[in-house]
Design a protein around this ligand. Structure first.
Ligand code: HEC
Length: 148
């Protein structure tokens, strides 16, 4: 049934665009890689926030997530090469003009993650809570400036 097949080929790209699922077709897929890397960061970061917000701190499981976050924290940055702002990227134009500030934001994040891991190793909730906040603030601060 050639007719039906043609219809599907027409509809599929519209569906993908409507869902915001533009595919990264560039060589090496830098945008897809960094977005995946940020998803990995979120995946390890989110459960820690849930524990703290719900008064459900569990030292060992928290430490596991803190170690995971430390393990994935370096992944996105190598994919922010020149000329890598194209769909589906959500980077703001400012990022490419303000590379020094962006790097400073990144370093603040990396240090905060290290400090969170050190606190998690202490297995005591108050220092952990205090060390969690700067990591969260570093995500927010960078997203506010450089992601839309
Ligand atoms: C130094 C800047 C910076 C820091 C720090 C940062 N991000 Fe991001 N993040 C970005 C940028 C820029 C993008 C957009 C990337 C793109 O679309 O090309 C992004 C995208 C994301 C995305 C969306 C990925 C997708 O599939 O579109 C998630 C989720 C995310 N970040 C989570 C986090 C979390 C959680 C933290 C903190 C624990 C964090 N980020 C810290 C800059 C940062």
């Amino acid at each position: 049934m050639p007719h039906k097949k043609n219809l599907l080929l027409l509809v599929l790209p519209i569906f993908l665009v409507a869902c915001g699922e533009v595919e990264d077709t560039r060589p090496g897929q830098p945008v897809a890689h960094r977005q995946q890397a940020f998803k990995d960061i979120l995946r390890s970061f989110e459960p820690m926030g849930i524990q703290l917000r719900q008064d459900g701190y569990e030292a060992e499981s928290f430490l596991t997530h803190a170690r995971q976050l430390a393990a994935v924290k370096d992944a996105p940055w190598a994919y922010f090469g020149a000329d890598t702002q194209y769909p589906p990227s959500k980077t703001d134009d400012a990022l490419w003009r303000e590379t020094e500030t962006f790097t400073a934001e990144r370093d603040k994040f990396l240090q905060a993650v290290e400090a969170l891991l050190a606190a998690a190793e202490g297995r005591s909730v108050e220092p952990v809570r205090a060390a969690y906040a700067p990591v969260q603030e570093s995500c927010r601060s960078c997203h506010k400036r450089y992601k839309h």
